[in-house]
Unconditional design. Structure first.
Length: 436
């Protein structure tokens, strides 16, 4: 009997490349002409499978069902030191099947779940009534309209992980929102009422009988003037206001995380309300934001201020957290920069002759904690007063379905250690992304 193969160990990189090649071979190049579908017979259902997923449509176009989704396999490689702040690992960052569609030509719905480890299973679940583009009503669980990068799909962000301002805006919440576009997209607006979620967190229920109001106005001023070269300039402002009251088991406060997803700030916790910091009062956020996309060049900037009243036993304070980020990108070849991601004009694939699109980017980000949080509400030997960092990223969009990315982020801190500052974080991250 023949002995075992001489090489029994396959490195993670080789396994990842094998997986990538298989994905590329299966991906359908968008530039490939699609055959004109045969008109369905009356009462029948048409089925299409494209690079954007599988869709089923009724003969009268009143009913539409789409099966989509994406998977992201990441690698995090922290600086090789015994006292480094994070652990080098491979992980499935997101594994999200998506079901969405249209009912009776007036109602849209979306259901997004996640099978990745240690994450909430339900992300989006809403129904939207859209009688016209100027007025739409959305009800269910979705992103509140506050953060600029937070409201960008995880498949379209420039970097592998979002910047520090995302720590200060809600992730997902349950509520009702009216939104729409005016003057052919020159101005968009959103106004909603939500249960209320802690900074950087998601909420499924209302635990304190109070609600948050959130609003956003965003404009593309040069679209109305017909200046094509500046039509990609968008400017806006968003805000939210509500009252949140936590408990010893559900504090209403979430930890702050670095780009490498390591906790660098957390409030004091203990046994009961006398030793645990909880949200207790008004919570106000506001965020000026904007972006510019001109041909291959892209830029994004946002600032977030989050003010929360907190309590620790009989002590009460109003704490303000601030964060900003600025990023820039350039598409070397194969596409144009855009808020909703680069779309390769010459895809790479088995039936295509192009090499996709390559994009380079850089970013700076900072987050400041209110000095009044120390030492009563946060332990200065464990929680940092400030985080500031920079990073660089390279993205290769093989086609509209496959993306490969590598980034480097370096973050330094003020405070957060028994003596001096918390150790800096240096992390290289990689991502293999398949979407359909």
């Amino acid at each position: 009997m023949a002995g075992p193969p001489p090489h029994r160990c396959i490195t993670p990189l080789a396994a990842a490349l094998t997986w990538l090649c298989a994905s590329v071979a299966l991906a359908q190049a968008p530039s490939t002409p699609e055959p004109v579908p045969t008109p369905p017979a009356p009462g029948s259902v048409s089925v299409r499978a494209t690079s954007e997923g599988i869709s089923l449509r009724s003969a009268d176009n009143a009913l539409l069902l789409k099966l989509r989704g994406y998977v992201q396999m990441d690698g995090r490689f922290f600086e090789s030191r015994a006292d480094r702040p994070g652990s080098t690992t491979l992980l499935i960052r997101r594994a999200r099947p998506l079901l969405e569609g249209t009912l009776f030509s007036l109602f849209d719905f979306r259901l997004l779940v996640d099978f990745a480890a240690n994450v909430p299973p339900l992300w989006d679940a809403y129904l939207e009534f859209r009688p016209r583009k100027e007025v739409r009503v959305r009800v269910g669980k979705f992103r509140p309209p506050v953060g600029l990068e937070r409201n960008q799909s995880g498949t379209h962000t420039l970097f592998i992980e979002r910047a520090l301002p995302t720590d200060l805006v809600p992730n997902r919440d349950v509520g009702v929102m009216v939104h729409g576009e005016l003057k052919d997209g020159v101005v968009s607006y959103a106004l909603g009422a939500f249960n209320g979620a802690a900074d950087g967190a998601s909420a499924d229920t209302n635990l304190d009988d109070s609600f948050d109001l959130a609003a956003r106005v965003f404009a593309h001023p040069f679209r109305a003037m017909g200046i094509a070269s500046l039509s990609g300039l968008g400017l806006g402002i968003a805000a939210s206001r509500g009252s949140q009251f936590g408990s010893a088991s559900t504090t209403g406060e979430a930890p702050l995380r670095s780009m490498g997803q390591q906790t660098f700030f957390i409030f004091r916790t203990g046994n009961g309300l006398g030793e645990t910091v909880v949200a207790h009062g008004a919570h106000v956020r506001w965020s000026p934001q904007g972006y510019l996309y001109v041909g291959p060049l892209g830029a994004m900037a946002e600032y977030v201020s989050s003010t929360q009243e907190v309590s620790l036993g009989e002590q009460h304070a109003r704490l303000r957290f601030e964060s900003w980020q600025a990023s820039a990108s350039y598409v070397l070849f194969g596409g144009k920069a855009a808020y909703d991601g680069v779309k390769p004009t010459a895809p790479f694939g088995p039936t295509a002759e192009g090499w996709g699109a390559v994009e380079l980017g850089a970013r700076m980000s900072e987050l400041r904690v209110d000095p009044d949080a120390f030492p009563v509400y946060a332990d200065p030997t464990r929680a940092a007063r400030k985080a500031h960092g920079w990073g660089a990223v390279a993205n290769w969009y093989l086609n509209s379905n496959v993306r490969v990315a590598t980034s480097y982020d370096h973050t330094e801190y003020e405070g957060g250690a028994v003596e001096g500052a918390r150790l800096p974080e240096s992390v290289v991250m990689s991502r293999f992304q398949v979407s359909w």
